[in-house]
Design a protein around this ligand. Structure first.
Ligand code: MF3
Ligand code: CO
Length: 294
């Protein structure tokens, strides 16, 4: 096939390991993928498609990832430092037999990313960063459990937050929801990115171009790269079994970012405006999507 991997005989076991005959399992989808390739569309290799067993593994990982974020949501308040959040994360993960996917990833030195106000992403937990009334913070959590990866992030509003900050947080959440609604099997990934982008633009905000979502499952970051400034009808074809994140970073001001030079990680808006992000992880299904982590 287009991905150079073998095609089983129709009565042979499917390549996905389901134990079903190929003709009753992936045969029809494989044919469809081949047709899209012939039409000149971009189709990712079948090796990225998740099997039933993979999805079970990812869900077990995600249950912990969701649990950590629920724990954070129940305890976060003014007076808590972002290092406290890192400690909560580490003890929750070790209690649940899991590890952080962030820790040591390309040298990242903490177990979670905590990004306050103008920090766009990859904020370092720090005992000196104590949350105060009016802050908005993104807590981005990624878990490895039995070799399976999960990844999601949430915004938290600390105490009395200004209407403009609240609106940024809510619009970013709406943008993710619009992206999810645009996930259609055999549609284009660019439709998802564009749906996200339009919600942010309509609200007068901008979307960071330098970072995006990603495939995920057996690795932390797999193909495809998911841009949230994509054009409709562009990019790879969405195929049932594809697993990826929707995680736009929405800025109140200009979309430009700068990376803190002393550590090479912490990303801020260039103009000092606020930034928000929510992240969900999903799998494409026969009729839409299933949320795996949020
Ligand atoms: N959790 C981020 C994502 O959504 C990745 C963070 S990488 C780290 O893809 F190294 F900074 F943790
Ligand atoms: Co992610």
């Amino acid at each position: 096939m287009f991905d150079k991997l073998p095609v089983p005989g129709r009565n042979d076991p499917c390549w996905c390991g389901s134990g079903k005959k190929y003709k009753k399992c992936h045969a029809a989808a494989d044919e469809k993928m081949e047709e899209f390739v012939l039409k000149g569309e971009e189709v990712l290799p079948r090796s990225l498609l998740k099997t039933k067993k993979d999805i079970e593994g990812i869900k077990a990982s995600a249950a912990i990832n969701i649990g950590v974020l629920d724990y954070v949501g129940n305890h976060i308040r003014a007076g808590v430092s972002t290092m406290n959040i890192n400690e909560w994360v580490e003890s929750y993960l070790s209690d649940h037999g899991a590890v952080s996917a962030d820790l040591n990833f390309e040298g990242y030195p903490y177990s979670v990313c905590t990004s306050i106000n103008d920090v766009v992403c990859h904020g370092f937990p720090n005992k000196k960063d104590v949350l105060k009334d009016g802050d908005i913070i993104n807590v981005d959590m990624s878990t490895i459990k039995d070799g399976y990866f999960s990844d999601s992030s949430r915004m938290f509003c600390i105490g009395n937050v200004s209407d403009e900050r609240k609106r940024l947080v809510e619009v970013t959440h709406d943008a993710v929801q619009a992206g999810l609604t645009a996930v259609k099997p055999w549609g284009h990934l660019g439709d998802v990115g564009d749906a996200v982008h339009q919600v942010a633009l309509d609200a007068g905000f901008t979307v960071v171009r330098d970072y995006g979502g990603h495939g995920i499952g057996k690795e932390f970051h797999e193909d495809p790269f998911v841009s949230f400034v994509a054009k409709p009808h562009t990019g790879p074809i969405l195929v049932p079994g594809m697993c990826f994140t929707i995680e736009p970073m929405v800025n109140a001001g200009k979309p430009d970012i700068k990376i803190e030079r002393s550590n090479g990680w912490i990303v801020r808006t260039k103009d000092g405006s606020d930034s928000a992000q929510w992240e969900v992880q999903l799998v494409v299904t026969k009729d839409g999507y299933e949320l795996l982590s949020w």
